[in-house]
Design a protein around this ligand. Sequence first.
Ligand SMILES: [Fe+2]
Length: 192
Amino acid sequence: MQYTEQAFTLPELKGLSAKQIDVHLKLYAGYVKNVNAIMAKIEEYKADSEKNALALSELKRRFGFEFNGMRLHELYFEGLGGTGSLGDGELRKALEKQYGSFEKFIAEFRSVGMMRGIGWTLLTHDAKNNTFHTVWVSDHEVGHLVSLPVIIAMDMWEHAFMVDYIPAQKNEYVEAFLSNLNWETCEKRLRS
Ligand SMILES: [Fe+2]
């Protein structure tokens, strides 16, 4: 089954230009294309798996990069277009309980975002232990916590901000991301 590129209609964002979003959406489309291309190639190579063993194993390795790149971008764009403020619901209460205050959670999330390297800063939730984890994922696939749903996905690849900011302004990008975060979407993710 082939994957279809999701369409995102975003309002005007604070601190993230339409051009930045457009460039980024085109990159996202590339991940969807590559996921489909790798799946098709694997099927093709499986016909002679002995002869294609080397290529098959490289494609299998590559698949996690492309698939997670696709899915993380969907979580990212779905999470934008909000007001950046979190209401007084279940998510706020749970974050306050674990981190001491909402501001302390934001400070931790920001500091993970400011880590060196390219990748993603995630907020995940472990329902089994009722615990949040802020996570750094290198590239798209290294460092995920198995089975934990992603509540917030913040893209920390330079392509996510280079149209609008230079690398030394990474903190301003983090600020812009948070000010456009759709907390209602995050709240739904916690409940699902
Ligand atoms: Fe990205």
